[in-house]
Design a protein around this ligand. Structure first.
Ligand code: GLN
Length: 247
């Protein structure tokens, strides 16, 4: 039986607005497909075993929690995480976790946290928090449906470097910075987003996209189809309601 391991970065500190639902979705969808799926908790002080992880999840957190994990992230996690990603593992980072993937995250108080430097992006807190429902056009990823839905609550404004591709384009909400119409980032096997909600239960097509990317190195080319009729009906209703309210 093929194993599937989700590495949960800082589950006790970087986990807000239901982000735990992403872990449940990744694991249960793998189990429904017959994988031996498990969760590896990667809290502070843990730096062994990352080479066995297929998908890393890095959830959201307020500035306080980001500061609490920051030293461990750069001193203990950065090197094995970078090596695992280079080996074909995937990473999904939401909001606070996403912000720490780049060059730096600067808080509203002007405190600057150098990031992992995995991606050419930076984040600076704005005066106004971006709060509300979000609809994103991800047709560039070739997903069906070609949208993502979720909820955002962040003060950070993230700006992507010229070579980076956003996860998608904002159809409703603020996204990366409320200015350039982008939301998140999709860079190889690394996916960043501001969408809480939690994200993956409402967007099973993205869950499968990330899982498939991570399992390529295990020789899994595609995943057995699951009956997502209920999840996708919910997705479409929320999306259409949100977009109707914006016309
Ligand atoms: N502290 C960060 C911000 O406010 C991230 C918040 C979050 O993870 N929702 O932008």
């Amino acid at each position: 039986m093929t194993t599937f391991t989700v590495g949960w970065l800082y589950p006790d500190l970087m986990n807000i607005y239901g982000d735990r639902g992403n872990i449940l979705t990744l694991v249960e969808r793998a189990r429904w497909r017959g994988f031996s799926a498990n969760v590896m908790e990667l809290g502070k002080g843990v730096h062994h075993g990352l080479e066995d992880v297929d998908v890393f999840f890095f959830g959201g957190g307020q500035d306080r929690e980001q500061a609490l994990v920051y030293d461990d992230l750069l001193e203990l996690k950065a090197e094995p995480l970078t090596r695992a990603l280079a080996g074909g593992a995937a990473l999904l980072a939401v909001c606070g976790g996403y912000q720490l993937l780049g060059h730096y995250y600067q808080t509203a108080q002007g405190e600057r946290f150098p990031g992992l430097g995995l991606l050419d992006l930076h984040t600076e807190a704005g005066a106004r928090r971006c709060i509300g429902n979000v609809v994103v056009d991800v047709s560039g990823l070739g997903l069906e449906p070609s949208t993502l839905i979720g909820f955002e609550n962040h003060s950070g404004r993230t700006f992507l470097g010229p070579q980076l591709t956003p996860l998608g384009r904002v159809m409703a909400g603020s996204g990366n910075n409320g200015e350039d119409g982008t939301e998140g980032v999709a860079a190889g096997n690394i996916f960043g987003t501001y969408l809480h909600g939690s994200l993956l239960p409402k967007n099973p097509h993205l869950a499968d996209h990330i899982t498939t990317a991570a399992l390529q190195r295990r020789g899994v080319r595609s995943l057995p189809v699951l009956d997502d009729a209920l999840e996708l009906e919910a997705h479409r209703r929320v999306r259409d309601r949100e977009l109707a309210g914006r016309r």
